[in-house]
Write a protein that binds this ligand. Structure first.
Ligand SMILES: NC(=O)c1ccc[n+]([C@@H]2O[C@H](COP(=O)([O-])OP(=O)(O)OC[C@H]3O[C@@H](n4cnc5c(N)ncnc54)[C@H](OP(=O)(O)O)[C@@H]3O)[C@@H](O)[C@H]2O)c1
Length: 262
């Protein structure tokens, strides 16, 4: 386990509460650690408890504060309970990152099961919709408002690999939903944006049966940058959009993809 010690050098989120879904692994964990390192009270959510506890331990080892909450974002009751848990513990909800998502596919669309289609829509799209509603209803009622960043994917615009049509459709929906919500709620003090990662250093970017070394070779040949993104690089984009530095950035989709869609 790696840790990041809180230095206070660039603590843009001191005293603010940041909620991150899907924070027990991968990109979500990277985002949660980055918020912890910049002084936020971090609420980490996901379905499985154990990986969330590990994320909390990593944040605390770096000098930060964090709370783990088990929640299934595809259930409205969980989305509302999550926001309530954050506010009960820390007194406000200032930032939310809706990152939880799943990929089900690998086969051509005609061979995808209806269950896999529905699972991706339920978690990737309905999950973001439900989280947005719970978060916005709280944020617009507080004088300081809030900032929300949703995690989509470059697949939502450029579906460059076979076997990903349904996943791509779900991610396109995340981007469009976010832009519409951004326009609806910016005058209420809630600023909403999107980060679209390209291939990032988590198991999700491995092709079936592929090793990380084989993925690195593929990236060297196929991506303009010659490598995939680190989770910390995606996190840096999320923290920028969530910060006051991005005060006039509304409804944008910030792509972090090693040049894949340039
Ligand atoms: N890795 C990439 O190359 C890449 C590229 C573009 C976009 N993305 C997007 O980035 C996000 C994070 O991906 P990742 O690569 O970090 O994947 P990951 O390691 O599989 O993380 C996904 C997280 O979401 C949580 N999750 C899944 N379903 C959930 C639900 N119903 N309720 C609450 N939490 C749920 C999972 O925890 P539990 O199973 O415990 O719930 C897991 O911690 C996803 O939205 C993904 O689509 C990834």
């Amino acid at each position: 386990m790696t840790t990041t010690r809180l230095t206070g050098k660039t603590a843009r989120f001191t005293g603010r509460t940041a909620l991150v879904t899907g924070a027990g692994s991968g990109i979500g964990r990277g985002i949660a650690l980055a918020f912890g390192a910049e002084g936020a009270n971090v609420v980490v959510a996901g379905r499985r408890r154990e990986p969330l506890d590990e994320t909390v331990a990593l944040i605390e080892a770096g000098g930060g504060k964090a709370l783990a909450v088990s929640a299934d974002v595809s259930k409205a009751v969980d989305a509302h309970a999550l926001v309530r848990a954050a506010v009960d513990r820390y007194g406000s909800l200032d930032v939310a990152v809706n990152n939880a998502g799943v990929f089900r596919g690998g086969q051509p669309l005609a061979d995808l099961t209806e269950e896999d289609w529905r699972t991706q829509l339920d978690i990737n799209v309905t999950g973001v919709f439900l989280a947005l509603q719970a978060e916005i209803r709280h944020m617009r009622a507080q004088p300081s408002g809030g900032a929300i960043v949703n995690v989509a994917s470059t697949f939502g615009v450029h579906t460059s690999s076979p076997g990903a049509a349904a996943y791509a459709a779900s991610k396109a929906a995340v981007t469009v939903l976010s832009k519409g919500a951004a326009v609806d709620h910016i005058r209420e003090g809630v600023r909403i944006n999107v980060v679209s990662p390209g291939p990032t250093d988590t198991p999700m970017s491995l092709r079936p049966g592929e090793t990380p070394a084989e993925r690195a070779e593929r990236a060297k040949a196929g991506l303009p940058l010659g490598r995939i993104s680190a989770t910390a690089e995606v996190a840096a984009a999320v923290l920028y959009l969530a910060s006051d530095d991005a005060g006039s950035v509304v409804g944008t989709d910030l792509v972090v993809d090693s040049g894949a869609t340039a």
